[in-house]
Design a protein around this ligand. Structure first.
Ligand SMILES: Cc1cc2nc3c(=O)[nH]c(=O)nc-3n(C[C@H](O)[C@H](O)[C@H](O)COP(=O)(O)OP(=O)(O)OC[C@H]3O[C@@H](n4cnc5c(N)ncnc54)[C@H](O)[C@@H]3O)c2cc1C
Ligand code: SF4
Ligand code: SF4
Length: 491
């Protein structure tokens, strides 16, 4: 009886190195890594030792015999990954730092940001005994989206915060919180304080959707809703009044869209013991929301959400999860392989988008592109176009969930096409492609707003490898006894 990896997995690969038989894949050296929802355990090779479950920071690994009924599908999902793949038990080539860590010179790094990418960067840097790290964050509370993004009901995933907290408390770490680098303090000033600066500033604006009516009141970024229910200090407590909102249309169908749909249709009593902001819980108690429509431009075969997020929706009691017709949509869902995200919707009821329901429901509208928001003083309906024409869906609130995007900061090279800090393999480069000495980038600011928490670990290790190479080839010469007075220290 093997172990299986379940919904919480954030792909941080911590379980790989403890598995004695290398039966957890894909590994960072394999092409699928970063492209799958989860890592998977091969049930035929697993020897049931339990080491991976102990190593997992978010409790995602469970003995198959102890899976709850809602989790039972993950035994098949893990096994299914290996159905048409030979089991590769060969170990990846070991990674070695550019010099023995004990022989490396001392160095001091400033990390701008305190989200997952920043934390994994510090974790990799602190393996070198002579390293010191100062985190800077514009917010007074560290954690980035692990704190102000991950949904409050994802209790297992939010446990990653405990791991990050242990990094913030490391004796060679200092915290400068409430400091916006580039605004409160110049990039150059930070650079003169440290031998290297790593930007882990994430992606804190939205991709734009240019359709008529998009700026009407009642059309709001899902990022604002996320900030509201997680208690982000930039979002006012009264940003949403759901008392008069019966139908919400969410444009987009990635995991952020599914998070929003799940929270808006949740039973508030189920959120009491979570870290949801109290004002959001109170507003959800007054909420009139009966239906959330997810408008996805493309079909179910290219759904943007992950299977595990969709699985969590369909197994939740009290809310119907249905698919907008025609019935042919369901036929294409039913033919999807188990690994396909939308296969979690197999057997779903097919409904007419114009119909109403007695119970709360979430409607997946595949192949429906929003073309216009209608209303005089606020959004009243949204026009969705599909192969057969355009349907007008009355709606009280539109949430735009089509992706996050980085914002340029004066003095930091920025690629306006990708919305990222301009870089090659984590080294910041200027507009002519020349390396800017001592500046690095990690996480969503480096590769764009894609991937879960754990994806930032491998990404951060790549950047740290580049930084350590540079430290070894060009050791810092300045004495660094002091780092100046710190405005605040996390404790
Ligand atoms: C709504 C939402 C839900 C998610 N849920 C999950 C989930 O359940 N599981 C999962 O695995 N992944 C989830 N993710 C993805 C995950 O959150 C990201 O992969 C991860 O947070 C990216 O890390 P980052 O460090 O690059 O950016 P962030 O986490 O965004 O961190 C950036 C940090 O930089 C700080 N900063 C920005 N600019 C400055 C400045 N100028 N000066 C100082 N500080 C600055 C910010 O305040 C922030 O603390 C979710 C993402 C979103 C948006
Ligand atoms: S239980 Fe042991 S053998 Fe099985 S996947 Fe986990 S670490 Fe590997
Ligand atoms: S979260 Fe990390 S340790 Fe846990 S199962 Fe996923 S990859 Fe393994």
């Amino acid at each position: 009886m093997a172990f299986a990896i379940t919904q919480n997995c954030c792909n941080d690969a911590s379980c790989l190195s403890v598995c004695p038989v290398n039966c957890i894949h894909p590994t960072p050296g394999e092409p699928d890594f970063g492209k799958t929802d989860l890592l998977y355990i091969d049930p035929r090779s697993c020897i049931d030792c339990g080491a991976c479950a102990d190593a997992c920071p978010v409790d995602a690994i469970t003995r198959v015999s102890r899976l709850t009924p809602d989790q039972a599908i993950y035994a098949d999902i893990n096994a299914d990954y290996y159905a048409d793949r030979p089991v590769d038990t060969a170990w990846d080539a070991p990674r070695f730092p550019p010099a023995s860590v004990n022989e490396m010179p001392s160095f001091d790094v400033g990390i701008v940001g305190t989200g997952p990418a920043a934390c994994y960067t510090a974790q990799a840097l602190l393996r070198v005994p002579g390293s010191r790290v100062t985190f800077y964050d514009r917010l007074a509370s560290p954690g980035g989206l692990a704190r102000f993004g991950v949904a409050p009901d994802h209790i297992g995933t939010r446990r990653i915060g405990e791991h990050f907290r242990s990094i913030f408390l490391h004796p060679r770490v200092r915290m400068e919180l409430g400091v916006d680098v580039g605004s409160d303090i110049a990039h150059e000033t930070v650079a003169t304080r440290h031998d290297a600066v790593v930007y882990a500033v994430g992606a804190d604006s939205d991709r734009q959707l240019d359709i008529p009516g998009i700026d009407l009141p009642g059309s709001v970024s899902a990022r604002t809703l996320v900030g509201w229910y997680t208690g982000h200090p930039d979002v006012p407590a009264d940003a949403f009044d759901l008392a008069g909102v019966e139908r919400v249309t969410i444009i987009g169908n990635g995991n952020v869209a599914l998070d929003a749909a799940r929270i808006l249709t949740a039973d508030p009593d189920d959120l009491v013991d979570t870290e949801i902001a109290p004002h959001a819980l109170a507003a959800l108690r007054r909420s009139a929301v009966r239906e959330v429509v997810l408008a996805a431009r493309r079909g179910p075969d290219v759904a943007a959400f992950t299977r595990s997020e969709c699985q969590a929706l369909v197994t939740r009691p009290g809310v119907d999860v249905v698919v907008a017709g025609p019935t042919a949509v369901l036929a294409s869902i039913d033919s999807l392989p188990l690994s396909a995200p939308a296969s979690a919707l197999r057997g779903a009821e097919v409904v007419d988008l114009e119909s109403t329901a007695d119970r709360r429901r979430i409607v997946f509208g595949f192949g429906r592109a929003p073309v216009r928001l209608n209303g005089t003083t606020a959004v009243e309906s949204v026009d969705l176009a599909d192969d057969s024409g355009t349907s007008t869906v009355p709606t009280d609130l539109v949430l735009r969930a089509i992706g996050y995007r980085g914002t340029p900061s004066p003095g930091l090279p920025f690629d306006t096409i990708t919305g990222t800090v301009r870089n090659v393999g984590g080294r910041v480069v200027d507009d002519d492609g020349r390396v800017v000495a001592g500046r690095y980038v990690v996480g969503w600011a480096k590769r764009g707003a894609t991937g879960g928490i754990g994806d930032n670990k491998v990404d951060a290790e790549q950047t740290v490898d580049a930084l350590l190479d540079d430290v070894v080839s060009n050791p810092p010469v300045r004495p660094r006894g002091r780092r100046g007075r710190l405005s605040s220290i996390f404790g």
